[in-house]
Ligand binder design. Structure first.
Ligand code: SF4
Length: 472
């Protein structure tokens, strides 16, 4: 018997976890409804998506040029740009900056690229203390977990679980119960860290080539405090985050907020452009940007280039039936959901679950909601094709695909066989209307009944309709 893949094991555990299921369904419904409301009020949505897609493709075709002008602008404003070809390089660069600054405590804003490079573990390994300041990230840090969603890291947690975590870590005798109380509690604890941190590390939603600015959008304002209060500010960002102008960033921000949380704008949109100037009242003394490649240059030159358009809005996760059923941790990867199933095998080659590109049903909802029109189902199919060519696809699936391929090359034989199978199944199942068990379909019937076919095959109905149309 074939071994059950890690994804399937984690997915089975997630499906059997009622607390997780309750948290997921609450969050998912909220995200989908809010996005629909926000975008429903935007008649120019399709034009904006088209323009965003064109803009990102233009940037990707001229990435070297825009990155160079971004670097020149950052340096002109007194900042430094560091190029990190790999995850290890990125972590080493950040650690060296922190050590040179004599840092001990680091305040971190939310940054998926820092998760991607494993920055927290690397900093802690170098003897530095790291505090996440985004509320969701703070919660998963206390729980010693990974984010389960790219914009809502603790979406898998219920309020009761968070209250228990805070009580344990903040040392209270009484457990807080209300959302407002919990938020106020986290705010009080995090304020202390902002004030005493030596280095602030943030991510970047966009890097603007014409000004050398870094843009982050948040709903908590923690990004502003992380940028301005510590002595040193380090931005970690993937190289694909650069856009040519302020106007381009604004156009993408309009799509980002609506697609992510259904907001016209997030509560805070922060632009940081270098270290504190002489007449500035606050701001860091040092400003560093670490530009992370980690496989992106390779993507630029292969069939996965469209994935570099991603603005990390999370809409594809929120509309994915697989993600909705099992949550982010089942993917066992930094980036979950459809975008993660495309990205993970590229960013972490060899170290990933081969099942990830195969868990998708290819229903296409992710592509429909993606603000930059990434053809996610096509890219997942590309991964499947690569797996097939490399012999990673399991033998049973290979045989089934080979049989299918042989049959569809002989349409007449295909029609006869499908007519025969559908007829036989229809006859055998006409009493109950469905099957509890069927050979070769154990995975399906383990979770649900298989409906007995009713009437002729699709092809027979199609032929009949064509005949009627022709004869009038
Ligand atoms: S793939 Fe598209 S929908 Fe998914 S996170 Fe990226 S931009 Fe958003």
């Amino acid at each position: 018997m074939a071994a059950v893949s890690p994804f399937r094991q984690r997915a089975a555990a997630a499906l059997a976890d009622p607390t997780l299921q309750a948290a997921l369904s609450r969050a998912q419904d909220g995200f989908v409804a809010k996005r629909a409301r926000a975008l429903g009020a935007l008649p120019e949505l399709e034009r904006m998506r088209e323009e965003a897609c064109t803009l990102k493709d233009h940037v990707l075709a001229n990435l070297d040029r825009y990155l160079e002008s971004y670097e020149a602008q950052v340096m002109r404003r007194g900042g430094q740009v560091h190029w990190a070809p790999t995850r290890e390089d990125a972590c080493r660069i950040v650690i060296e900056i922190c050590q040179r600054a004599g840092a001990r405590l680091i305040a971190k804003g939310k940054s998926m690229v820092s998760e991607e490079i494993g920055l927290n573990a690397a900093l802690e390994g170098a003897g530095l203390e790291v505090i996440e300041t985004d509320l969701g990230e703070y919660i998963v840090q206390l729980a010693k977990e990974r984010p389960s969603h790219i914009i809502a890291p603790a979406v898998h947690k219920t309020r009761e679980q968070i209250a228990e975590l805070f009580q344990r870590h903040h040392g209270y005798r009484e457990r807080l119960t209300g959302v407002a109380e919990l938020v106020a509690d986290a705010r009080m604890v995090l304020r202390e860290h902002f004030l005493s941190a030596d280095v602030g590390i943030t991510g970047a939603n966009f890097l603007i080539a014409e000004t050398g600015s870094n843009v982050i959008v948040t709903n908590e304002g923690n990004g502003d405090l992380t940028c301005t209060l510590p002595r040193v500010h380090i931005v970690t960002a993937g190289i694909e985050k650069v856009v040519p102008t302020l106007e381009d960033a604004t156009a993408l921000i309009r799509l980002l907020g609506r697609s992510a949380t259904g907001q016209e704008m997030t509560s805070y949109t922060t632009f940081s452009s270098g270290p504190r100037r002489v007449d500035d009242r606050d701001g860091p003394q040092e400003y560093h940007v670490v530009l992370v490649d980690n496989g992106r240059s390779e993507m630029l030159g292969n069939r996965f280039r469209p994935m570099l358009r991603c603005i990390r809005c999370g809409a594809c996760l929120n509309h994915c039936p697989i993600y909705a059923a099992v949550g982010g941790h089942a993917y066992g990867a930094i980036y979950p959901g459809p975008m993660g199933s495309v990205l993970t095998p590229i960013l972490f080659p060899g170290g990933t679950d081969a099942d990830l590109p195969n868990v998708c049903t290819l229903n296409g909802r992710c592509q429909q909601v993606c603000p930059v029109k990434i053809p996610l189902p096509d890219l997942l199919r590309e991964h499947r094709e690569i797996q097939y060519q490399r012999g990673i696809t399991p033998p049973r699936q290979r045989w089934a695909l080979a049989l299918w391929g042989a049959l569809v090359r002989h349409p007449r034989l295909y029609q006869i066989l499908t007519r025969w199978v559908v007829g036989a199944l229809g006859l055998a199942g006409h009493r109950q209307g469905s099957f509890r068990h069927l050979p070769f379909l154990g995975n399906w019937t383990a979770g649900r009944d298989f409906p007995a076919p009713q009437g002729p095959t699709f092809q027979a109905i199609w032929r009949e309709q064509e005949r009627m149309r022709r004869t009038g």
